[in-house]
Design a protein around this ligand. Sequence first.
Ligand code: DGL
Length: 265
Amino acid sequence: MNDTRPIGIFDSGVGGLTVVKSLLEQLPGENFIYFGDTAHLPYGNKSQAELFQYAQDIVEFLLQQDVKAIVVACGTHSSITLPDIEKNCPVPIMGVVKAGAVSAVKATRNGKIGIIATQASVNNGSYRKHIVSLGDYQVFASACPRFVPLVEAGIFSGAELETAVKEYISPLLEQGIDTLVLGCTHYPFLADAIASFTGAEVTLVDPAVGTIQELAAILNQNNIKNLAAQGYGRFYVSGNDQSFFQAGSLLLNNMIQQVEKICFD
Ligand code: DGL
């Protein structure tokens, strides 16, 4: 059966577009609806209660759009709200943390894995828990609060970014990591700047790749794949639509034609 219903994808802003990029590469026939919660950006410093409210509103909105599956394209929500929201979700729902952890343990040679993520994700420890559940690994984590505002502003290089990269990642290199998980979906957009600091001996893991592989398996198991040659994407935000459009267009090579603003209250 050919199921043309869209996939729902959400994040605080443009970060989840790294997951959209992987979707376009791996499952180009799937339609998708993307929600950027720009009114509440950044998520990294929000309380659990706030994050639960946002997740509930967004999932409800996506379900109203008749999505067939939901990808939580956000490390923070995948860590904090997903374990609860998946209990009552009527369609398959998945996040990025499990795929990131699996990719990291495949990549490491010395068993020392670094995680960079939002403060909320680091405090929650979800990446660490997933990784140590997979075997005997040492995990070192660092929160990078200055990265998300830079990505949202479309800044992917320059002195300000280099200073932040050095500050956040030096302590992890000192621990001898050979693998670094980009544990917030905004961070793969900074991969070039991060890689030029860490050097080729550290493997960077973008959880988006494994996330979409996992999504493909879920669509297969549930017999809800779309076999079309080319899908459509629709983009919604809760706050600033202009900056989303500008940064998003840079990130997705101008594929965003229109961004619609949605208010939940
Ligand atoms: N991109 C999100 C994440 O993966 C949220 C970042 C933020 O808004 O602080 O955690």
